[in-house]
Structure formats: structure tokens, C-alpha cells
Design a protein around this ligand. Structure first.
Ligand SMILES: Nc1ncnc2c1ncn2[C@@H]1O[C@H](COP(=O)(O)OP(=O)(O)OP(=O)(O)O)[C@@H](O)[C@H]1O
Length: 950
């Protein structure tokens, strides 16, 4: 075993191609103490030295006899050196091949410029390091656990790979303004869309069933299969509801939380934990359902921990992890339902999950219905029913609808998806029916119950018991049930229905099984069902959840669900209470007590009870809506009496529409005395448009409707059809609307010719849609304002719009910022401007306009007497264009504000305005900042304050 000769050169410059280094024996000798102190894992060395026959078992035993790690390493080094150069090199080779175990020595290996000899490169090194093994174990477990979508009992049907479809993820600011989309899941961890560089948590939020849990599962699965493209070694996943299981006095250490409630290391725990503490950026955490934490103690009373080795309540650990007080720089993803507030300073990015776009929905349909004929049939149904499509944009509802369709189709060949509007209550009744039917199919007493009422009637008792359990849980914000609680209400056979599933995640909390409803929304549905079925439920009880969902503003404290993040005066309320699940109970209550459900319910509860409950609910809704509308903030602006609605207003509309009672709709419409409803940032989605229409179509007066910054998309536009005859203002900016939606707008709005304002800023409109917008401009002869900036309109679309604008005698304000109409489009706008009778404000900012387009506009303005403000910010306009504008100002006396910010104008261009301004006193400002203006000293531009260039 003779090694290469020569002298050791421990500090030689790195030479990656070096094949004959100095003596490795020498190298070990010279660096002995450094190696002894920094080799933390002796076992991995021994394992490999034995496997490659450098050591006999006896050699290993001798080294193992030493008690301290340092002595063991010393002995191994002695033995290796005594065995010569090859063994000594192999010792170093192991250090290089297992960086997880010998991370401290990686700089040393670089220092000595270690490059394995060809002989070494053929040797194997097994990684028996506990850190690597732990990482592999987590990967293995996650791969297994994320394989199926676990929400439902029929695992075989829900392979993640075969089910998952990307859905729309938007990066949003604190004010929920769109900041772009997340294209792939790995991007969640990049620096794009960061709103707070000090924050460490990526906060993903969205409505019930929109796919937050499944999204995390997909991230877990990608990481487990090494497809997430991160260097993370560890992945810890938590369900926030787990934290509700811990008793008030329970304490644990961070190490226990990680190892006992996730994955337990087989090797030395201490080594692994030390590694995680030392390299926290190698850990990813996911915390699902922040809204589902329920805690009945005040965390503010528990002292904060300063060391990762201290024990404290698990909720405190959670909060410290999220804020970075523990394991700073680890990556965290937190999900919650929309409306759940998380303290701003812990959030790094905010991502809003919007559900399926129409394209996603098509892909999901394809995946769900493997049979092409079937798939086409469903797509046809969807195409014919925008209400159905809207519901299907929420993946959970889509799954329920498709699942029910498949099920009923297998039972009755001619089963059709509903052609008319269906409600959420219908959907949940369907899925309950599917589950009951399924269990009956396998029962020895198999019986085909045809009507829904009969099916429910046959299971009345078990449904009652299930719904009581659900209601009990909702009352106490309990979403996890212990064995005792479940056994009290249900038999083993009842559990076979599949509404409840056992969950392993909480086994740390108790020795017995724990259960949860397969989805929280189902628990809300069954809780509402209980309120309807229970003949003894008092009015107070029935309406209790409405009261608890009181209007924001009256419950300031709910803005801070976690006590340690709240101010002290507000700590009496349940810190974790999020009321969306209660809103769902209310919604389902309205649906179940609606008139069309009366005959169905008769099989389950007496007609008198139903009627009594319906009456109480209706009265409550009338009063509640009136009160709600009264307290909303109002402003008077010109002809408009504007009311700013809150997200709760959307819930109110949803409840009213769920009643399906025209009478209720009419009454509510009568209560709306404002003529401008502003519903911006209310998280309204497409299905909410049908609820809005349900009320607005009963209005006697005309209405201005502002729905900017929601998620209504093309399906929503379709569902607004019944109310376009009433709408004078239609503001749908930032709403994912495509050309299809604009087509609908053009067909409908031109029928009534009452439109004055159309807002379509920041949607997905192309030149095709621009043609439809042109039709609206031509067809709506009262249209004054058009906001269509930040779409995908190029020169063709620009020309179309400009031609229509040229013909319009009413148009006053056009916003085209951020399209790409270029010089061709600009020339068409120049034609429109020449002699235009009414156009007063025009923005063509950020449209790729250069000399040719700029000159045409300047020339056209010589013949214009209407335009007051022109924005040409962020184009490619140069000094030539500036000179043309200066010439134009010799003639034009109406233009007041000319914005040429961030173009390519130099001092010479700016100077050309100086002379003309002596004559032109009409112009108020020419904004030139952000150009390349470097004035000399003395600066002639200083005489003219209307030229703003710095
Ligand atoms: N991206 C997706 N692709 C396919 N199916 C999905 C997707 N997202 C969700 N689903 C379906 O919707 C169901 C509900 O999703 P999930 O539980 O993730 O919703 P959630 O947003 O976590 O709801 P909640 O806030 O009520 O807990 C899933 O079980 C699955 O059937």
C-alpha cells in the first residue's frame, strides 16, 4: 500500500487537475489537531474503511473502544497513517464525499486543493451520516405520504400525479394589488414579489376548497422527488389544526416538535438537530391552515424562549418559527383562508390562490374523465352553463360536481349535469348523496334509492348523529375529534360512510385514533344540516353564527388572530377564531331552508318546523341586510352616492342568493339606496357575480358597479348578464378577463346604450378583445371613460380602438397605459385626435412609441382643441419629437399637461420648449423627468418653472 511520494504541501494553491499530491500521511500528521476537532462523525469513517478493506473489523473495534469522539478520531488517524498513503488518501476522500457529515472540513479540503486520484475515484463511499440518512428518510416518507390526495377515503382514485392541475397563483402586495403570477412552485422561494425582505414566511391564502392543502402536498411531493430545485435537505410539514390538540399546560422542545411530530431520525438525533440549528436554511417548513388553529389559552402569558433547547407550548414554537426567532433563515410556507390576518413583519411574500382558470378547468376535466366521449360531454355542459363553470373554478367544488356526475352516470345512464343555476347547497347535498349511495352499494341490503329525499330519509338517524357531531365541533371551533367523542355519536358502521377519516398527524396528542371530516366545508354543511334537522334548536341557536360573523369594523380584534401579535386590550376574544367556516354554516342554512328544498326536507323534519325556521331566517336577513347597508361607509361624488362594501357584503349576497327567493332578492334590492356600489378587493369570484345579479336585477334604478381587483373572470362576466340593463358604470379591472369576456360585454352593453364608464385595466385582453371593445365604443354612445391599460393590445388592436374613438362624440378619457400599440397604433390615435370633439384625457404611456408615432401625435394636436392632458410617459421619444411638440404648442392652446417622463429626450429637446412657452400661457406643465437632460451652468431651463425635468 505504497502511496505517491513527495512532500506534503498543505497550503499549496488549489490545482483541480493535480493527480500526484504530496504525502497524504504527512498531510494527516500536519493537520492532526484540526482534523481531530472537526471530524464530528467517526462512525461514517469506520464504516467506509471497513467496507473498502482498509480496516479489519478488529481495527474498527479498537477505535470504537475509546469513549470520546476525539480519541476515536485520533486512533483512526493513527491506524490509517500506519497503513500508508492509499489508506490515508481514502480517509480524506471520505471527508470530501460526505459533505453533510464533514461540513466543517470542506474549507480545509479547498485549502489543500484536494482532488481525488484516479485510483480513489473508483472507490465507493457510503453515506452513513445521520444527517444524510435523516434527509433521505424524510424524502422517502414524504414521497409515500404525498402520493395520494388524502382528503378522501377512496385513495386509489386520488393519485396526486393523476389529479393535480396547476391553478392560478397571484403575487399580491399588502393591499392585495396584483404583482404578477407565480409560474412554478419553485418560484415561491425566489426573490420575485418579495414585499418584505426581512420577513421569512411565504403566505399563501385563498378561499375554502381552492386547493391550499393540495398545493402544499404538491410542493412536498416535488421536493421528495428532488424536483423542487432547492438545496433544502429537510422538509417539515405541519397542519395548524394539530396545534389545537395540545393541552394548555403542554410543553415541548423544538427538537421534539420536529422529530416526534414529523419524522424521527434513525441515527443520532443530536447530530441531526445540531446540523439543523447550524444550517437552518436547509429546512423547509409548511404550515397548513393557519385559520384552523384553535387555542383556548393566552399565549402572551408564556415567556418567549431565547434558546432552541428550551421547552414551551407548541403554539409558541410555531409562532417563533414563523417569525424567524427560531431557525432563522429556514424557509416557511404558511396557508390560510382568505381574510386570515397574519402580522405583516413575518410575511415575505403574499400569494393569492385563485383556483382553476378556464384552461386549468379543461385540463382537469381531461384528467378526471379518461373517456374522451365522457370528457366532451362534460365540457359541453360546462360551456352551456357559466354558473357551473364558476363553481368549478374552485377545485373542491369541481371535484364534487365531477364526482357526483360520474357516480350518478354510472347509476342512471341518462344522468345530466344541471342546466339551470345550481347552488353550493345543491353541490353538498349531491356529495352526501354520493357517499350514502356508495355505502349502500356495498351493503348486503343493497337497495337503489332513486330520489335524493328517499336516500337521505333512509339514513336519517346517522345523518342526524353526524351533523350533531359536526355542529358540536363548529361551536367550539373543533375540527379534530377524539375517539370518545366520535363513539358517543356514531357506530363503526356509521363511520363506513366515509364522511369522517382517521388522521395520523395527531397521534402525538393522544393514544387513541383521532378523526376529522373529509373537508372543513363538509363539517360546516353538516352543522347547518343539524340546525335544520334539530326540532329543538331555538331561534337564538339557529342564528348564533350569523351574530358571530358580525361586520368587520365592529370586531377590530379579529384582525390579529394570534394573541402575541395583538394589542393587549383585545385579548379576551378567541385569538384564533376565523369565522369563514361559520359563514359557510350560514350560507348552507339559507340554502337548506330555501323554498325549493322544502319538499326534500319533509322526509327528515316536520313541515311546521321548516316553515317556522324559514320565517325566522328571512326576517333576520331583512333586518341584517338593512343594518349592514346602513353602516357601510358612503361618499357623495357628483351624481353618485357611493357605498364601499366590505368582504362581508359578499357573504351577505351569497346567503341571499342561496335562499333562491325572489322575494328576498327584491327586498334587499329595495334596501340599496346607493347608486354606486364599490366592491373592490372583496375577494369576489365568478360565482359571486350570480349572487350580485340576483339582487341587482331587482333594482329599479340604474347602478354603477365597481368590481376592480377581484377574480371574476369570463364566467363572472357571463353571470352579470341579467344586470347589464341596469349598469351605467362597469369597472372590472384586474379580474382575469379574456377576449371571451369582452365579447360578452360587447354583446350585452351595446343592447342598452346606457354605459358611461368601462374599466378593463390589467386583464388579459388581446387585439381580438380590442375589436369587441371598439364595438362597445361605437355602440354605447354615452361612453365617456375607457380604461383598458395593461392588457395585451398591439398595433392592430390599437388601430381598431383608435378608429372607434375617432367616431365617438362622447368619449372623454382613455387609459391605454402599458399596452404595445407602437408607432402604428400611435399614428391611428393621432388620426383620432385630429379634430376630436370630446377626448380630453389620453394616456398612451408605456406603449413602445418612438419618433414616427410621437411626431404624428404632435402634428395631429395642431388640429385639436379638446385634449387637456396627454401622458406619453415611458416611450422612446427623442429630441426630434420634443421639437415637434414645441412646434405644436405654437398653435395648440388647449393642452394643459404634457407628460414626456422617462423618454430619450436630452437638454436640446428640453430647450426647444423654452421659446414657445413664452407665447403659450395655456400649458401648465411639461414633465420631462427621467430623461437624459444634463443642463449646463448657467441653466437656461431655470427661467421656466413649467418645464419640470428633475
Ligand atoms: N390543484 C389541484 N388539482 C386538482 N385537484 C385539486 C387541486 N386543488 C384542490 N383540488 C381538489 O380540491 C379538494 C380541496 O382542496 P384543498 O383541501 O387543498 O382546499 P383548501 O384550499 O385547503 O380548503 P380549506 O381552506 O377548506 O381547507 C382537493 O381534495 C382536491 O380534490
Amino acid at each position: 500500500m505504497e502511496g505517491p511520494g513527495g512532500r506534503a504541501k498543505p497550503n499549496a494553491r488549489p490545482d483541480p487537475h493535480r493527480s500526484r499530491p504530496g504525502s497524504y500521511v504527512q498531510l494527516l500528521k500536519v493537520n492532526r489537531e484540526r482534523l481531530v476537532s472537526q471530524v464530528k462523525n467517526a462512525q461514517c469513517l469506520l464504516d467506509n474503511l471497513i467496507q473498502n478493506e482498509y480496516f479489519s473489523n478488529e481495527d474498527a473495534e479498537i477505535a470504537s473502544q475509546f469513549h470520546t469522539r476525539a480519541d476515536k478520531v485520533r486512533k483512526i488517524m493513527d491506524q490509517v497513517q500506519s497503513k500508508g498513503e492509499e489508506a490515508s488518501e481514502y480517509f480524506i476522500y471520505i471527508l470530501e464525499k460526505v459533505p453533510d457529515a464533514y461540513f466543517d472540513l470542506q474549507p480545509w479540503l479547498k485549502e489543500i486543493g484536494y482532488h481525488p486520484s484516479p485510483q480513489m475515484q473508483n472507490k465507493s463511499v457510503v453515506n452513513t451520516d445521520p444527517v444524510s440518512q435523516y434527509s433521505e428518510k424524510i424524502r422517502h416518507e414524504l414521497c409515500r405520504d404525498s402520493k395520494y390526495i388524502t382528503s378522501y377515503s377512496e385513495k386509489e382514485e386520488m393519485l396526486l400525479q393523476e389529479t393535480y392541475i396547476d391553478s392560478l397563483m397571484e403575487l399580491v402586495s399588502d393591499a392585495n394589488e396584483n404583482m404578477g403570477v407565480v409560474k412554478c412552485l419553485g418560484d415561491l422561494f425566489d426573490d420575485n414579489g418579495v414585499i418584505n425582505a426581512e420577513g421569512e414566511t411565504v403566505f399563501i391564502f385563498g378561499d375554502a376548497g381552492v386547493g391550499k392543502t393540495v398545493l402544499l402536498q404538491k410542493i412536498q411531493n416535488l421536493w421528495a422527488r428532488k424536483e423542487l430545485f432547492t438545496d433544502a435537505k429537510f422538509f417539515f410539514r405541519f397542519k395548524c389544526r394539530t396545534f389545537s390538540c395540545f393541552k394548555k399546560k403542554e410543553t415541548m422542545s423544538l427538537k421534539d416538535l420536529l422529530f416526534k411530530y414529523n419524522c424521527f431520525p434513525d441515527g443520532d438525533q443530536e447530530d441531526v438537530f445540531r446540523y439543523i440549528l447550524r444550517f437552518p436554511h436547509t429546512a423547509i417548513f409548511t404550515f397548513d391552515g393557519f385559520d384552523e388553529i384553535h387555542s383556548d389559552f393566552d399565549v402572551t402569558r408564556i415567556p418567549e424562549i431565547s434558546s432552541p433547547f428550551d421547552s414551551t407550548h407548541p403554539v409558541v414554537l410555531l409562532m417563533h418559527l414563523l417569525s424567524g426567532k427560531l431557525l432563522e433563515r429556514s424557509r416557511k410556507v404558511l396557508t390560510a383562508r382568505t381574510g386570515t390576518q397574519v402580522q405583516k413583519n413575518i410575511v415575505r411574500k403574499r400569494v393569492m390562490l385563485r383556483g382553476f382558470t378556464s384552461e386549468n378547468l379543461q385540463k382537469y376535466t381531461k384528467k378526471f374523465f379518461k373517456d374522451e366521449i365522457f370528457e366532451q360531454l362534460v365540457l359541453n355542459h360546462l360551456g352551456a352553463n357559466p354558473n357551473l363553470c364558476s363553481l368549478c373554478s374552485v377545485p373542491l367544488f369541481c371535484w364534487i360536481i365531477f364526482k357526483s356526475y360520474k357516480h350518478f352516470h354510472s347509476m342512471y345512464d341518462s344522468y345530466q349535469l344541471p342546466k339551470c343555476a345550481i347552488t353550493l347547497t345543491d353541490i353538498f347535498l349531491l356529495i352526501v348523496e354520493v357517499y350514502i349511495n356508495r355505502s349502500m352499494k356495498t351493503s348486503p341490503l343493497r337497495r337503489r334509492t332513486k330520489s335524493q329525499a328517499e336516500t337521505f330519509g333512509a339514513c336519517k338517524d346517522v345523518l342526524f348523529a353526524l351533523s350533531r357531531l359536526a355542529h358540536n365541533g363548529i361551536e367550539k371551533s373543533h375540527f379534530v375529534f377524539g375517539q370518545d367523542e366520535v363513539s358517543f355519536f356514531l357506530s363503526d358502521q356509521d363511520l363506513q360512510l366515509g364522511f369522517l377519516r382517521t388522521v395520523d398527524e395527531y397521534t402525538g396528542c393522544a393514544d387513541e385514533s383521532t378523526y376529522e371530516f373529509f373537508h372543513l366545508t363538509l363539517q360546516s354543511f353538516l352543522a347547518a344540516f343539524f340546525l335544520v334537522l334539530d326540532e329543538n334548536a331555538s331561534t337564538f341557536e339557529m342564528l348564533k353564527f350569523f351574530n358571530q360573523c358580525s361586520i368587520p369594523g365592529t370586531r377590530q380584534s379579529s384582525l390579529y388572530p394570534i394573541p402575541c401579535f395583538r394589542d393587549r386590550n383585545t385579548k379576551k376574544e378567541d385569538p384564533f377564531r376565523n369565522n369563514e367556516h361559520l359563514q359557510f354554516v350560514n350560507l348552507f342554512l339559507c340554502g337548506l331552508l330555501s323554498k325549493p328544498k322544502e319538499s326534500f326536507l319533509r322526509h327528515l323534519v316536520s313541515t311546521i318546523t321548516i316553515k317556522k325556521k324559514r320565517k325566522v331566517l328571512r326576517q333576520y336577513l331583512f333586518r341584517g341586510v338593512k343594518l349592514h347597508l346602513k353602516i357601510l361607509p358612503r361618499t357623495k361624488e357628483g351624481e353618485f352616492n357611493r357605498v364601499q362594501a366590505m368582504p362581508n357584503f359578499i357573504w351577505m349576497l351569497r346567503c341571499i342568493s342561496e335562499t333562491q327567493s325572489q322575494k328576498v332578492g327584491k327586498l334587499v334590492a329595495r334596501g340599496i339606496c346607493a347608486n354606486y356600489i364599490k366592491l373592490t378587493f372583496c375577494n369576489a369570484h365568478s360565482a359571486d357575480c350570480s349572487a350580485l345579479s340576483f339582487v341587482i336585477c331587482h333594482l329599479r334604478k340604474r347602478l354603477a358597479l365597481e368590481l376592480d381587483n377581484n377574480n371574476i373572470n369570463d364566467y363572472g362576466v357571463k353571470q352579470l348578464i341579467p344586470c347589464f340593463s341596469k349598469l351605467t358604470v362597469v369597472r372590472l379591472s384586474v379580474n382575469q378577463i379574456t377576449d371571451l369576456g369582452v365579447k360578452v360585454l360587447s354583446e350585452e352593453l351595446t343592447k342598452y346604450n346606457i354605459l358611461t364608464f368601462l374599466g378593463l385595466y390589467n386583464n388579459l385582453i388581446t387585439d381580438v378583445g380590442a375589436k369587441y371593445v371598439s364595438d362597445i365604443i361605437e355602440g354605447c354612445t354615452k361612453l365617456k371613460y375607457l380604461k383598458i391599460g395593461c392588457n395585451k393590445i398591439t398595433s392592430e388592436g390599437g388601430k381598431c380602438l383608435a378608429h372607434a374613438i375617432q367616431k365617438s362624440k362622447s368619449i372623454f378619457d382613455i387609459g391605454m397605459w402599458g399596452n404595445k400599440i407602437g408607432d402604428e397604433g400611435a399614428k391611428a390615435f393621432a388620426d383620432a385626435l385630429r379634430n376630436h370633439p370630446s377626448l380630453t384625457n389620453l394616456s398612451l404611456a408605456c406603449n413602445g412609441i418612438s419618433t414616427e408615432g410621437g411626431e404624428s401625435i404632435a402634428e395631429a394636436l395642431q388640429h385639436n382643441t379638446s385634449l387637456r392632458i396627454l401622458w406619453l410617459t415611458e416611450n422612446k421619444l427623442n429630441d426630434e419629437v420634443a421639437e415637434r411638440f414645441a412646434e405644436m404648442l405654437k398653435i395648440n392652446r388647449t393642452l394643459k399637461n404634457l407628460w414626456l417622463i422617462r423618454n430619450e429626450i436630452t437638454f436640446d429637446g428640453a430647450l426647444s420648449f423654452l421659446e414657445v412657452l413664452k407665447e403659450n400661457t395655456a400649458i401648465e406643465e411639461i414633465c420631462l423627468h427621467g430623461n437624459q437632460i444634463r443642463p449646463p451652468d448657467p441653466n437656461p431651463l431655470e427661467e421656466e418653472t413649467r418645464i419640470i425635468y428633475y
